[in-house]
Design a protein around this ligand. Structure first.
Ligand code: UD1
Length: 430
């Protein structure tokens, strides 16, 4: 672990609950869109990524790019938004050391880019994570279809391309986001056409296609979940703006629901939240969207929602489950959550129970009984979205909550404490 991470481990948020939120906040760029775009930037001739969030996961991707010989630089545009430039160097390095791989699970999305760039790659298996086992079999079997030979040597993946990458028809048994991204990136420079059936359709996939096409790729997204990629010999550079983070947007809205108040989240894309906004309305939020603004007004009492089942996009996103679960603790009635994507997504439930929540979680199902008036205590973040849920819960709780292990939150939320303070929340980082 790097020196900086050790310090972050000791950091915590101190939240004094029940301060009404009021005002407006801008949502930052999407981590899950920026990460594959940064991996894909290896293949292009220099790029500038606008609205790139400054997060520890993004810094981890930047460290990988630098290890691979790229130069990276942060700048600000005229609106004060962050721009990350990547200037690739000749393709001399094709490995990712274990220490860099372990910093971030999604480092696996660099695999497709490195094999397309260097014709070989060596990296360690990303392993499991706090959400349970995260296999990469779909990534590997798909890359094999494109002509990549893969040897699994202990914890290492040794990949080579004996001939050239070539197009293929790939049918995914499950629309995996990461596997779709790896295929798209590798197939961009393959000979011939690749067709991905049952591909992921998340907005972050559309954004990756937008970036690659802006660099000269030929990727077509069809409404039936098929992606067609016509290989091109090389990519040029571009300046590209990353989409706003839909999960950060949901988190801000959930904060306003537990704390009560009136907040406008600006620079959002409400159309990416078609499965979430109706749930928040059902729970008692008064919502009004106006272009890229989402205006939310909420005063207690909140109501339980009908069963919430996570699904691939356009279904309810697994990443939004935890913050909405924190809201459900305060709502009148029982809310049932069914998690269909990851095995271990309810770790925050136990922490919420320590604050007074009534949650029974077993296997893929959690039942939240409300309303409960949560109270402040010392809690620990268990993962990124679970950590965000604790902040959502703490803002409505009586008394002071100390949230430890906030390095999980820093992976995906830029200056969450500062942003919430501008709305009137009593939250500090110590
Ligand atoms: C991405 C997001 C994550 C989000 C998830 C689902 C990033 C960096 N992360 O993760 O925030 O929660 O999409 O929307 O973008 N699976 C396999 N074999 C594989 C690949 C996946 O069995 O080779 C399974 C996983 O174990 C999981 C499910 O498929 O059960 C979903 O995984 P996937 O869509 O690939 O999610 P990620 O890309 O890892």
């Amino acid at each position: 672990m790097q020196k900086g991470c050790v310090k972050m481990d000791t950091d915590r948020y101190i939240v004094d609950g029940q301060h009404r939120l009021e005002g407006q906040v801008w949502v930052h760029g999407a981590k899950n869109a920026a990460l594959p775009i940064l991996a894909a930037s290896l293949l292009c001739d220099g790029c500038e990524i606008e609205n790139c969030p400054d997060l520890s996961d993004i810094r981890a991707a930047e460290n990988i790019l630098r290890h691979l010989g790229c130069r990276t630089a942060w700048d600000e545009d005229s609106n004060g938004q962050k721009v990350l430039s990547v200037i690739p160097a000749p393709a001399a390095v094709w490995d990712i050391p274990d220490a860099l791989m372990q910093q971030m699970r999604s480092s696996i999305v660099f695999l497709g880019a490195i094999v397309a760039r260097c014709g070989r790659a060596k990296l360690s298996y990303p392993g499991g994570c706090e959400l349970g086992p995260r296999p990469i079999d779909l990534h590997l079997s798909s890359l094999k279809k494109l002509g990549v030979q893969i040897l699994e040597e202990g914890n290492e993946l040794v990949c080579s391309v004996p001939h050239k990458l070539h197009g293929a028809k790939i049918t995914l048994p499950f629309p995996s986001v990461g596997a779709t991204e790896n295929i798209m990136i590798a197939a961009t420079l393959a000979e011939g056409e690749t067709v991905i059936c049952n591909a992921a359709r998340e907005p972050e996939i559309v954004d990756l296609a937008g970036f690659l096409n802006a660099c000269g790729a030929r990727i077509r997204l069809c409404s039936d979940g098929t992606i067609a990629i016509c290989g091109v010999p090389k990519l040029h550079g571009c300046r590209y703006r990353v989409i706003p983070d839909r999960i950060v947007t949901v988190t801000y809205l959930c904060c306003c629901m537990t704390a009560t108040g009136e907040v406008t989240v600006r620079g959002a894309q409400p159309q990416h939240l078609g499965a979430v906004l109706p749930v928040l309305e059902e729970m008692g939020a008064q919502l009004h969207t106006d272009g890229n603004d989402i205006h939310l007004r909420c005063k207690a009492p909140l109501r339980a929602a009908n069963t919430i089942s996570t699904m691939p996009y356009p279904g309810f996103p697994t990443d939004a489950l935890a913050p909405v679960m924190a809201v459900a603790c305060y709502a009148q009635g029982s809310t049932i959550f069914v998690e269909n994507i990851f095995q271990d997504r309810f770790k925050q439930a136990w922490q919420l129970c320590r604050m007074g929540a009534d949650i029974h979680a077993e296997g893929r199902v959690a039942v939240v009984r409300g309303p409960q008036q949560l109270h402040g205590t010392k809690v620990q973040c268990t993962d990124l979205r679970g950590g965000a849920a604790l902040v959502v819960a703490a803002l409505g709780a009586q008394g002071r909550t100390e949230i430890e292990q906030i390095h999980h939150i820093l992976r995906g939320y830029e200056k969450l404490d500062q942003t919430l303070r501008t709305l009137g929340a009593a939250i500090v980082r110590k």
